[in-house]
Design a protein around this ligand. Structure first.
Ligand SMILES: C[S@@+](CC[C@H](N)C(=O)[O-])C[C@H]1O[C@@H](n2cnc3c(N)ncnc32)[C@H](O)[C@@H]1O
Length: 279
């Protein structure tokens, strides 16, 4: 399985399409391994997230520590497998971890800002923004199982956020296919964040449409999208759609930011695509 993982990583790094059968086979092995509770997680720093294994199902609580003493933590209920219940949204992905680390390194990007996260999954990144002193956060997704888990995770971290006098992210269902945005719900926003949402070619057009709607509503808004360098063709499609909407971008790799959280042993490079970059 480790060899297969290395092969898949090499394919991704070279921007090639992964054969679907190969990927499904890998996911089935991963799922078996996870069900046996024998998954090994490599920790790459002295700040070690604890993992309480729940033997009964496909989920576990991960405790992410934001300081070396483990006093400032986030508790996130995650699926062990990459895809379950037909969605990728029930676990935290690499792009969220890296963008969080980038924000921790550059806290002024979040502090005092009104933020919306699109395709938030189970809320790790939104909760990090809360920890960094965002003024408000709207955490959105489309999938109902994902939204339910998002609530659970926000509720689970609410007591510590209240204790620290920090904002509690609000959960909202937002489908990128929505044709008209409600201006009253979003008028104050400064920042849109999206982690690992550029992966399905079918979703690219709706995603760019919704970004374009936000930009029309709030021309000064900053948008930060963060994604692993996986399928070049999908990212190219994203760029093409942006240019059709006359949206210009700035690209930056997250490669120099120190690693804080637990990552897979070998992870793809993570890229940020920024719209309306402020220095
Ligand atoms: C790969 S997951 C990333 C989750 C999270 N951002 C992270 O990095 O851990 C992609 C997320 O996009 C969401 N998504 C997919 N299509 C969507 C749509 N049309 N509208 C809103 N969210 C969508 C999925 O439900 C899923 O939670």
């Amino acid at each position: 399985m480790q060899i297969l993982k290395k092969i898949i990583n090499i394919i991704e790094r070279n921007f090639c399409e992964i054969n679907e059968n190969l990927l499904n086979f890998y996911l089935s092995l991963l799922s078996d391994e996870n069900h046996n509770n024998s998954v090994t997680v490599g920790y790459t720093s002295n700040v070690t997230p604890l993992i309480d294994k729940d033997k009964n199902d496909n989920t576990w609580w991960k405790v992410y520590s934001l300081d070396e003493k483990g006093r400032n933590t986030l508790r996130i209920l995650e699926d062990k497998s990459m895809i379950s219940k037909g969605t990728t949204g029930l676990r935290t992905w690499e792009a969220s971890l890296r963008l969080s680390e980038y924000f921790i390194q550059n806290p002024k990007l979040c502090k005092g800002k009104n933020i919306i996260e699109l395709g938030a999954g189970i809320g790790f990144l939104s909760l990090i923004c809360a920890k960094l002193g965002a003024k408000s956060i709207i955490s959105t997704d489309v999938n109902l199982n994902v939204i339910q888990r998002l609530y659970t995770n926000i509720e689970s971290n609410k007591p510590s956020l209240i204790e620290e006098n920090l904002t509690i992210p609000k959960v909202k269902k937002l489908d990128w296919n929505e044709k008209v945005l409600d201006i009253n719900a979003y008028g104050d926003l400064n920042l849109i964040i999206c982690a690992d949402v550029i992966y399905n070619p079918e979703n690219i057009e709706p995603l760019v449409n919704i970004l374009s709607q936000f930009l029309k509503l709030i021309p000064t808004i900053t948008i930060i999208l963060c994604n692993p360098l996986r399928q070049k063709s999908t990212y190219d499609l994203f760029l093409k759609q942006l240019s059709q909407h006359n949206i210009t971008i700035y690209k930056e790799l997250i490669d120099k930011v120190p690693i804080i959280f637990c990552h897979d042993e070998e992870f793809s490079q993570i890229q940020m695509t920024i719209i309306n970059k402020k220095d």
